[in-house]
Design a protein around this ligand. Structure first.
Ligand SMILES: *Cc1c(COP(=O)(O)O)cnc(C)c1O
Length: 387
């Protein structure tokens, strides 16, 4: 990090840990999802720095590939997109408070409102700017989280209609269980949402975009596609149901976009009976050759992977042994020949004919692929390949 940079020509060394983002894989996934959309607009979810893949770079590539708009969590992310020249509509999905409304106008961001609380300020500012602002309304049609309840929709819609300067461009809901192709929940929510919309159709403008489908909805519940789809995880090459999606050979065949590699910084022969690292939670049973890499929980390679994860060296799987520490992890490479310091280790992605997926790592960490991608991607240096 940082380093001396006062002298021209001095290159700051890069970390030995690197995240590679495959832009062709991102485009491949986008094109598959675009086909699923069958002519409907596609909103790409690029929150959380595009799930760890880098919001700006991904947004540029997706914009060039023909995406229609972007979804972020907070306004600050939308501001970043605008500052980097992204002109497409950006929906701010979480965190509309009165104090950020000036930024929505300054950066032409589209608020997703969840109740009536910000409508007065939005309207006042729209009038002041002599503009009409597009907004989307988020309805809690069964998620049980953010959004207005269906029975309150009429009141909010009336208010939007009455206030000057506001234009309802879309109305949306979100699924709690679209990652489970066997659950009835998503179809029930779609059906309920559409029924509730029908009941208030007099309050709905023409050309309103009705949208519900996250990756699970897009892949497993075609009834949910409605007027626009909102893929997140699938853009980055993973199924919302993780390994099950892959094992079931689900179409379309998505390609993982992220690869995480490190380098061996020491190779060391130790006798049998050697306790390794903090707590000596692993003791060698035989004379062993241990390779050490400069990655650890600081880099998102969490401590819960200690004694559990595997990595790729020479295209072969080797076990992580001992406790993962802040910046160091040990691999047992006894069964490989001629392992050398400086060689590449792959923690996520392909090496040779072998692959370690975020689904596998998620299982080892007792979490989901989403969290693995966010952790690795947002804590390490990213390099874009194939652009
Ligand atoms: C994050 C998010 C999505 C994308 O979900 P995935 O499961 O990653 O496809 C879609 N809609 C909303 C409202 C979201 O917050």
């Amino acid at each position: 990090m940082g380093g001396f940079s006062g002298c021209s020509g001095y290159a700051v060394p890069e970390s030995l840990n690197r995240i590679e983002i495959s832009l062709p894989a991102l485009c491949h996934n986008f094109i598959l999802l675009k086909e699923k959309a069958a002519g409907r607009p596609v909103l790409a979810m690029v929150k959380a720095d595009a799930y760890g893949h880098g919001m700006i770079e991904c947004a540029k590539v997706l914009a060039a590939a023909g995406v229609d708009c972007f979804g972020v969590a907070e306004a600050v992310e939308g501001v970043q997109l605008r500052r980097h020249g992204i002109e497409l509509p950006v929906l701010v999905m979480a965190g509309i408070l009165p104090e950020i409304i000036a930024d929505l106008f300054a950066y032409r961001l589209t608020p997703v409102v969840v109740d009536g609380s910000c409508l007065n300020v939005l309207s006042e500012q729209a009038v002041k700017h002599n503009q009409e602002i597009d907004l989307h309304l988020k309805v809690d049609a069964g998620m049980g989280r953010q959004g207005c309840l269906p029975e309150d929709m009429g009141t909010v819609l009336k208010r939007i209609q009455e206030l000057p300067g506001l234009k309802l461009a879309g109305i949306m809901a979100h699924f709690p269980m679209a990652d489970d192709p066997d659950s009835d929940s998503s179809n029930e929510i779609t059906e309920l949402f559409c029924r509730k919309l029908d009941a208030v159709r007099d309050l709905l403008p023409e050309n309103l975009l009705v949208h519900l489908a996250n990756s699970g909805g897009i892949l497993y519940f075609p009834d949910s596609h409605r007027d626009m789809i909102r893929p997140g995880i699938a853009l980055y090459g993973y199924y919302p149901d993780g390994r099950r999606g892959v094992e079931n050979g689900r179409k379309p065949r998505l390609e993982p976009v992220m690869r995480f590699s490190s380098r061996i910084i020491q190779v060391k022969d130790v006798p049998g009976g050697t306790g390794l690292g903090y707590g000596h939670i692993f003791t060698t049973e035989r004379p062993a050759r241990i390779a050490i890499i400069p990655a650890g929980y600081e880099d998102g390679y969490l401590r819960s992977l200690s004694n559990t994860a595997q990595a790729l060296v020479h295209g072969r799987r080797v076990p992580v042994v001992g406790r993962i520490s802040m910046n160091l992890t040990m691999l047992d490479v006894t069964d490989l020949t001629d392992v050398l310091a400086g060689e590449e280790v792959v923690l996520l992605g392909c090496q040779g004919d072998n692959e370690i997926t975020a689904d596998e790592i998620a299982a080892w960490m007792d979490t989901i692929n989403y969290e693995v991608l966010c952790l690795f991607g947002n804590l390490n240096n990213r390099v874009y390949v194939g652009g």
